[in-house]
Each structure stands twice: as C-alpha cells, then as structure tokens.
Design a binder for this molecule. Structure first.
Ligand SMILES: [Zn+2]
Length: 76
C-alpha cells in the first residue's frame, strides 16, 4: 500500500527518508549500524523508502484498513 497524498484532504503522507530519520534519532550509530537498522524497514541504498504518516488500523470484524491521520478518510 503506497499513497503519497490523502485523496480527501490532500495531506502529504511522506514522513521523511527512513535512513535520515533513523540517523537523526540515533546520532551515536555509525553508518553500518544504520544500514542494518534500516534493512528491517526494507530500506537499502538501492531501494530507498520513506516513512509514511498513514495509519494502519486493525479492527475486529473489518480486518486491516488505512486511515489518514488528518481527516476521516480511510480505504475501508
Ligand atoms: Zn486526509
């Protein structure tokens, strides 16, 4: 599931490059440690990914759906 903007309110779901966000969060980690950490998110230097603000909601009886953090939009 990847949507760059909310279809309803237009909110930009891009929450920053994963490597850059992790590097800022853990300034003590070296480059190799950061690469290892980012690989858990599927981020590699050849296949960079962004964190997303979109919320994955798990609701009994409905299963999983995606919800905008800024409005009521969801894909249920
Ligand atoms: Zn929205």
């Amino acid at each position: 599931m990847y949507i760059s903007n909310c279809p309803s309110c237009g909110l930009d779901f891009n929450d920053g490059d994963i490597y850059e966000v992790i590097a800022q969060t853990f300034p003590d980690k070296n480059h190799e440690e950061l690469l290892e950490y980012c690989s858990h998110y599927g981020w590699t230097p050849e296949n960079k990914k962004n964190f997303s603000k979109i919320i994955n909601v798990k609701e009994l009886g409905y299963g999983n759906f995606w919800q905008c953090p800024g409005c009521d939009w969801n894909d249920r």
